[in-house]
Design a protein around this ligand. Structure first.
Ligand code: AMP
Ligand code: GLY
Length: 419
């Protein structure tokens, strides 16, 4: 069959790499792709949703895999399904789980999904009054999509008031017209994934992200500076608890609201002393979590994506996930997540990719005149798989040391909690 992937990040390169290994695949296409994806898929330039739908029909696409949240929230999956094109990804309505924090918090309340206590505000004055009495630290969240930057955790009431004025003042544009104020939860974070077909959900693994830019988890939040995965992150009992207390009521709640969820539920969890609690949902695979997930997945991924798209997940066995540990280290342009230089040259990738057990996924890269240029903040994902996390770390950092990119950096401590 022919498959089309939408996206251009490390997540999509990892998906393309894994999908390409499936004996079910004849032709793999990707739009808009990056320099790494171009090595495994045919790149097509599809400029809008109509172009994607038309291409899918013309190229006899049997599955469209939508990577990022923006096209989902904009309704790309709805348009494809309206033309009977099997699609991996939720409808625009169901993608509100990611697109509106208030929507998700209200769903949690109605369906008893464990999460931080909260209140929602559409105006500054009542939000200021509520925050002034809230215990510290307090968590402030712009309601809409803010590229992972819409969360503030002030530690004084003065700072909280200032932050609320910024959010309602337009710091996050329309995303901040509504604000969620919630309780601060203590614990370790976990990115948990479940495939869903509207009716059923199937656990699909977990990874731990490192969101802060600096070593020791310091500095501003980013899209993610690295992930790792290994068995001890997700004992069976924890997986069962998450599926029962969080994923199952979410599936039931979305169905009850007339917007059954199809695609991947990415639950950002806090593992508190009272059990796992939902921080937020994403309606797509994580980046860079997917890189670690795909590297550990032994099963063919295509039947799972198809089962999600076609509503047949109930008949799928649990996926086989390797016992090995995996790590994914992000290399980003100096300055990221703030301003950074673009179009710098990355050298040494071919040699690094030949090292044993190492896999390099591209994120913000482009090829020009035979050279690989960094065109985005997060440019590369250097990944490795080994018996232990420590070994995987050693292999990934050894590969990084052979990459010649003076304008780039990485965190040297990915996996520190368990290595
Ligand atoms: P989000 O964009 O909702 O994932 O939030 C970004 C980060 O803020 C999360 O990964 C957590 O580290 C932190 N965070 C969000 N909500 C809370 C909360 N209620 N308690 C503690 N930390 C939180
Ligand atoms: N790495 C976090 C995310 O994909 O949102």
């Amino acid at each position: 069959m022919n498959i089309l992937i939408i996206g251009s990040g490390g997540r999509e390169h990892a998906l393309a790499w894994k999908i390409k290994q499936s004996p079910l695949v004849e032709k793999l296409y990707c739009s808009p792709a990056n320099a790494g994806i171009a090595q495994v898929a045919e790149v097509v330039e599809l400029k809008d949703h109509a172009a994607i739908v038309n291409f899918a029909k013309a190229a006899n696409i049997a599955l469209v895999v939508i990577g990022p949240e923006v096209p989902l929230v904009e309704g790309l999956a709805d348009k494809l399904r309206a033309e009977n094109i099997p699609t991996f990804g939720p409808s625009a309505n169901a993608a509100q789980l990611e697109g509106s924090k208030g929507f998700t918090k209200d769903l949690c309340k109605e369906f008893n999904i464990p999460t931080a206590a909260y209140a929602r505000f559409d105006a500054l004055e009542p939000a200021l009054a509520y925050a002034a009495k809230h215990p510290l630290p307090v968590v402030l969240k712009a309601d809409g999509l803010a590229a992972g930057k819409g969360v503030m955790i002030p530690t004084t009431h003065e700072e909280a008031a200032e932050n609320l004025r910024e959010i309602f003042g337009g710091k996050f544009g329309a995303a901040g017209a509504s604000v969620v104020i919630e309780e601060f939860m203590e614990g370790e974070e976990l990115s948990f994934f479940a495939l869903a077909d509207g009716e059923h959900a199937l656990a699909f693994g977990a990874a731990q992200d490192h969101k802060r830019v600096g070593e020791g988890d310091t500095g501003p939040n980013t899209g993610g500076m690295g992930t790792y995965a290994l068995d001890e992150l997700l004992p069976q009992a924890l997986e069962d608890t998450i599926m029962q207390s969080i994923i199952a009521p979410t599936m039931a709640g979305m169905k009850a609201r007339g917007m059954p969820f199809q695609g991947v539920l990415f639950a950002g969890l806090m593992l508190t002393k009272d059990g796992p609690k939902l921080i937020e949902y994403n309606a797509r695979f994580g980046d860079p979590e997917t890189q670690s997930l795909m590297l550990r997945l032994e099963s063919d991924v295509v039947p799972y994506l198809l089962a999600s798209a076609n509503g047949t997940l109930a008949s799928m066995p649990k996926p086989t996930i390797a016992k090995d540990a995996v790590i994914c280290v992000v290399m980003a342009a100096n300055g990221y997540p703030d301003a950074y230089e673009k179009n710098t040259v990355i050298r040494g990738l071919e040699k690094a990719a030949t090292l044993p057990d190492v896999q390099i996924f591209h994120a913000g890269t482009a090829e020009k005149n035979g050279e690989i240029l960094a065109i985005g903040g997060r440019a590369l994902n250097v990944c490795a798989r080994a018996k232990t996390l420590k070994e995987a770390q050693g292999k990934a950092y050894a590969a990084i040391d052979t990459i010649d990119w003076p304008q780039g950096f990485c965190r040297r401590d990915i996996g520190w909690r368990r290595a």
